[in-house]
Write a protein that binds this ligand. Structure first.
Ligand SMILES: C[S@@+](CC[C@H](N)C(=O)[O-])C[C@H]1O[C@@H](n2cnc3c(N)ncnc32)[C@H](O)[C@@H]1O
Length: 267
């Protein structure tokens, strides 16, 4: 189920100079960072939680630092964990443009959220922007939760969000195609992107196809990411297998068909 529709057809064409990347890798790491610029629906919620718990934050799947940088700028100390060296390189580039005081507040671990280890203990752990969906099954979610639990101080909190659907069946099939174009230096770039919901398998596959034209040369990039459509029942079942308790939940409706539910777990 890696490619669907037009993306599958493009992949079968075996176009010249066509490279495949996962999202968060190489060209698509930069693309992700670009399309997420200025998206901060969750920043105030995480800041409010840190105001309650304390200033040491563990950020799982921190990526290119969409939240890491503003949290460090707001005075929090953050340890970011991410699997993708390419995403962490983008974060590093952003930090290099900041003062040494801000840079010193950030530490990164190129590691898996299920298995990372550090001697530090944290007041607050966060896993933003539904990245819990990148774990394949509830066994992995429980492993991740137990690992986070070990790294929290007493009464520490772990906050993450999931996407909830009013009626999952209406989401089945392919969502609208989105397109992006931009120019950098001599390069003209376009990317088209579409999500396909396989509700019976509780998965969403996002496909990308991009072209980077420079003079008379064109590089092509096919990309894919697969997300689990994790439900509220899945989260509650996973939490029950750990020593966490659910202290609160909060729902934010981003658009008529995009609702985020935040879970605030307590140690
Ligand atoms: C949707 S991005 C989120 C990035 C950032 N937190 C943000 O809010 O924009 C998901 C990130 O999760 C990372 N990731 C995926 N699986 C992971 C895992 N098992 N452990 C750690 N990081 C992971 C990816 O490399 C990617 O940077």
């Amino acid at each position: 189920m890696r490619y669907f529709g037009i993306f599958q057809q493009i992949s079968e064409l075996k176009l010249p100079f066509c490279e495949e990347n996962d999202l968060y890798e190489a060209f698509y790491a930069d693309f992700y960072d670009k399309i997420m610029e200025g998206i901060f629906y969750d920043l105030d919620l995480y800041k409010a939680q840190a105001a309650v718990t304390g200033r040491n934050i563990l950020e799982l799947a921190c990526g290119s630092g969409r939240l890491t940088v503003p949290l460090a700028e707001a005075g929090y100390s953050i340890t970011g964990v991410d699997l993708s060296g390419d995403m962490l390189n983008i974060l590093d580039g952003k930090l290099r443009g900041k003062s040494s005081r801000i840079r010193q507040r950030v530490e990164v671990l190129n590691s898996d959220m299920r298995t990372f280890r550090t001697d530090k203990r944290f007041n607050l752990a966060i896993l933003p922007v539904t990245s819990i969906c990148l774990l394949e099954n509830n066994e992995d979610v429980v492993t991740m939760l137990n690992n986070v639990y070990e790294h929290l101080c007493d009464r520490g909190r772990f906050v993450f969000d999931i996407r909830v659907f009013d009626n999952p069946q209406t989401a089945a099939g392919q969502a609208n195609m989105m397109g992006y174009t931009w120019e950098t230096g001599n390069k003209k770039v376009f990317v088209m992107m579409q999500e396909c919901f396989y509700t019976l398998e509780a998965k969403a596959v996002v496909n990308f196809y991009g072209e980077i034209a420079e003079g008379d040369k064109t590089a092509r990039k096919l990309g894919c990411t697969i997300k689990r459509l994790i439900t509220e029942e899945d989260v509650e079942a996973a939490v029950k297998e750990t020593r966490f308790s659910i202290a609160k939940t909060k729902v934010i409706r981003l658009s008529p068909d995009e609702t985020m539910k935040f879970y605030i777990l307590e140690k």
